[in-house]
Design a protein around this ligand. Structure first.
Ligand code: PLP
Length: 398
């Protein structure tokens, strides 16, 4: 047994594997063992590990210009912003590096608009079990139990309503509320899909009360859910959208998108050293060009159907509580708190391991590469079957 990470500030427990190489849906550790990866950098590598388009874009831009400073325009940032506008229906883009940073930018934009146009309204309304990042303010915006206490005192002005409950939103809205912020599928919260009716009513209510609707598509955006953006499934147009994770395809890149009328920052209000960095922007443009294609999105929907069907079968075979999700962001609900044991069993399978994630003690989350093949997904489901068999008592019928 090795003991690694002695020089890291302790933040979490990690397994002993050291990963050295990745290609598509496959990862390899320094012992030469291969794994099918259904984590993909935490729903980040939407084209899998080291896709040629991403590697090429990084290499080409890195040779040409790495950082002219955020005080100047650069070609990849301009091109990425134009592409985002073209494919999204939003008018304006701010580029940043992480999901938390993009969400902070969205909140700042909403508060600036509230100060200028809504008589100083500032309060944000979020949802129980929502997740918006790990900066102090985004921990306040998130609805994760316990997160109001561990770093107290926390930034204020963040209220919560109940998920999929329009009455609870109605009750929570006050004249101080400037924006409602939500994920259309709560990822970290356990892959909770918003009801279509709820989202439509929320959109109507926000319009009626002159409150901004901010969708956090950090995890659901850029093809993850089988459309380029998850809100397209819900037939609503948000006022502000944030993207990260899949946008960079593996590198740190995020974006705030807004309609023209919310373009209200004054010069100097917002910025950041790495905002609009050309190497990251070039990567994002290459990834977005590859994903914003109907044949690829259709393939995501087909793989989602395959994954969903496979999980339903496993659920029946092992007497579990079913599966849910949207596109290739899915979860299998177990019947006891053994998700971590399944994650470990799957990882330790030989000769090929399977990499999974357990955001809750009784739930497994699946976020494979959008271009995972039918055969790779079939093999992943077979490996999951093996891991479940090891952890749970003998299957009901095999
Ligand atoms: C991951 C995530 C974030 C935070 O993104 P970081 O890049 O880790 O800061 C925010 N919102 C949602 C919905 C996420 O899934």
């Amino acid at each position: 047994m090795r003991t690694l990470g002695q020089t890291f500030i302790t933040v979490n427990q990690r397994p002993e594997q050291v990963f050295v190489r990745g290609r598509g849906s496959w990862l390899e550790d320094d012992q030469g063992k291969r794994y099918l990866d259904l984590l993909q950098g935490w729903a980040v590598n939407n084209l899998g590990h080291c896709p040629d388009v991403l590697t090429q874009a990084l290499l080409t831009q890195a040779r040409q210009l790495v950082n002219p400073s955020p005080a100047f325009y650069n070609r990849p940032a301009l091109d990425l912003a134009q592409k985002l506008v073209d494919v999204s229906g939003f008018d304006r883009v701010f580029l940043a590096s992480s999901g938390a940073e993009a969400n902070e930018g969205a909140v700042k934009l909403a508060r600036r608009w509230g100060a200028k146009r809504r008589g100083g309204a500032y309060a944000m309304l979020g949802f129980d079990h929502g997740f918006h990042g790990r900066s102090l303010a985004m921990m306040s915006a998130s609805g994760k139990p316990g997160w109001d206490a561990i770093y107290a005192p926390m930034p204020t002005g963040f209220q919560k309503a109940r998920w999929n409950d329009i009455d609870s939103v109605q009750c929570a809205l006050t004249s101080d509320t400037v924006a409602v912020m939500l994920e259309l599928v709560q990822g970290e919260g356990g892959v909770n899909v918003a009801d279509k009716g709820f989202v439509r009513e929320l959109r109507a209510l926000c319009t009626e009360r002159d409150v901004l609707l901010i969708v956090d598509e950090v995890q659901t955006g850029v093809g993850r859910c089988g459309r380029l953006f998850a809100h397209q499934w819900f037939d609503v147009q948000p006022d502000i959208m944030t993207l990260a994770k899949g946008l960079g395809g593996g590198v740190p890149l995020s974006a705030v998108l807004c309609q023209e009328r919310f373009n209200v920052f004054e010069p100097g209000d917002q910025g950041g050293t790495y905002c609009g960095n050309p190497v990251m922007a070039a990567a994002g443009l290459a990834v977005l060009n590859a994903i914003a294609q109907e044949p690829l999105l259709e393939q995501v929907r087909q793989r989602a159907e395959q994954l969903s069907g496979g999980l339903v079968q496993l659920s029946q075979r092992y007497g579990l509580k079913g599966e849910r999700g949207l596109g290739l962001l899915r979860a299998l609900v177990l019947s006891s708190d053994c998700a971590e044991a399944v994650v470990v069993a799957a990882r330790e399978l030989a000769p090929v391991g399977l990499l999974l994630n357990a955001p809750r003690p009784d739930l497994l989350r699946f976020m494979p590469a959008l271009n995972i093949t039918e055969a790779e997904l079939q093999q992943s489901l077979a490996l999951l079957d093996k891991a479940l068999a090891q952890v749970l008592s003998a299957p009901v019928h095999h």
